[in-house]
Write a protein that binds this ligand. Structure first.
Ligand SMILES: Cc1ncc(COP(=O)(O)O)c(C=O)c1O
Length: 385
């Protein structure tokens, strides 16, 4: 077999296992609707939780930034790509997260890889939940540190690893705040206490909590009343903030350290200024319009109640703590078939399969946003019957 045939064979194997991935081409978006192949679909799989991706104020902010700065940053932040708008966004993010400073990365993925690989290396240990997001896992693997995993939310497991690892120079504990494929929350009060007791650095990925959880939308730490309890707070500008980019918030020392040591910060072109301006406007809207978050949570409760009453095909949908509803089907091909049957009824819910989720837990990951309505949620529930 030549090298291309080897690759083709792997693709065929993915097909056979129901794990082949292909792209759907969206031709236009309007609120919770998307146009694909000339047809309108009701989307229940976006992370635009507060409906900000198409907000007129955010579009205007991006357009004005393009007029003022142009489109591309032209170089890394440390060469010529740093602008006042990057710094204004970082200052706003630090204020929002209640930290001394923040640092923006071109994506959330890069923020996670960039923080972990800078903080730990050979001779250190990094410890994470088994269901952490792929970007955290990749950061852990790339760092060169010893990498240990504990069972999902298993605090005895975490404590065991911490007890047995006191010989390491640095220890880093990493967890999602809201688990991205299951929608449940990390037991942060317990994790904060364990990390403190064992003098480990704690990093929380709050990609799905930022803008969504807590009275003011500051995230999972605000939800638990744990502000100040975590050393490294990571978040994205790409989900509830409706744009693109990632960030790390923490002490001034941490941020200065990352500027000097984080390769995905140093060796890449800066996030475009328009994206920074858009994210800054999104933060203002989150602060000024709590009604968006209230609408989101009303919709979460509406779908939760509907699923409880309906007992969808005998599948159990757990009590959710976020706008993410995992409808676990099990088999990858069956999850794809279910997603397809919804698509035929005008609904878009992507099937999530391994390696994104563990083997045998393929699912539909339904997400609701502030822009859904009880009628649209009813449409989904009826399609699921
Ligand atoms: C938990 C979590 N962390 C990090 C990321 C990466 O963020 P981004 O999409 O902004 O790169 C995602 C989503 O993709 C996520 O779900």
């Amino acid at each position: 077999m030549n090298k291309l045939q080897l690759i083709e064979k792997e693709l065929q194997e993915l097909h056979q296992a129901g794990l082949y991935r292909s792209l759907l081409s969206v031709e236009g978006m309007e609120g919770t609707f998307v146009k694909i192949g000339g047809k309108k679909y009701l989307c229940f799989c976006s992370n635009d939780y507060l409906g900000l991706a198409g907000h007129p104020r955010i579009k205007r902010a991006a357009q004005e930034a393009i007029e003022r700065y142009g489109w591309g940053a032209g170089a890394s932040r440390l060469v010529s790509g740093n602008t006042t708008i990057h710094e204004a966004l970082e200052s706003a993010l630090g204020g929002f997260k209640g930290t001394e400073a923040a640092l923006v990365f071109p994506s959330g993925y890069m923020a996670n890889v960039g923080a972990i690989t800078a903080l730990v290396g050979k001779g250190d240990i990094v410890i994470g939940d088994r269901l952490n997001h792929a970007s955290l896992i990749d950061g852990c693997r790339l760092s060169g540190a010893d990498f240990r995993v504990y069972a999902h939310k298993d605090m005895e497991g975490l404590e065991g690893v911490l007890r047995r690892s006191s010989q390491y120079r640095k220890r880093l504990v990493v967890t999602d705040g809201v688990f991205s494929m299951d929608g449940d929350l990390a037991p942060l009060p317990h994790i904060v206490e364990l990390a403190k007791r064992h003098k480990a650095i704690l990093m929380v990925d709050d990609a799905h909590g930022t803008g969504v959880l807590g009275k003011k939308g500051k995230g999972t730490l605000e939800h638990y009343g744990l502000e100040g309890g975590v050393d490294v707070q990571m978040g994205t500008l790409s989900k509830a903030l409706g744009g693109i980019g990632g960030f790390v918030a923490g002490s001034k020392t941490l941020i200065e350290y990352l500027k000097n040591r984080s390769r995905p910060f140093i060796y890449t072109t800066a996030l475009p200024m328009a994206a920074c301006a858009a994210a800054r406007e999104a933060l203002k809207i989150i602060e000024e319009e709590p009604s968006r978050r209230e609408a989101l949570w009303r919709n979460v409760r509406c779908l939760q109640e509907g699923l409880k009453v309906q007992r969808f095909k005998g599948l159990k949908v757990p009590e959710v703590e976020s706008p993410i509803f995992p409808i676990v089907v099990g088999n990858a091909k069956e999850a794809v078939a279910l997603s397809r049957s919804l698509f035929e009824k005008g609904l878009w819910v992507t099937a999530i399969r391994p390696p994104t989720v563990p083997e045998g837990t393929s699912r539909l990951r339904v997400t609701v946003t502030s822009e859904h309505t009880p009628e649209r949620i009813k449409t989904l529930l009826q399609a699921l019957l």
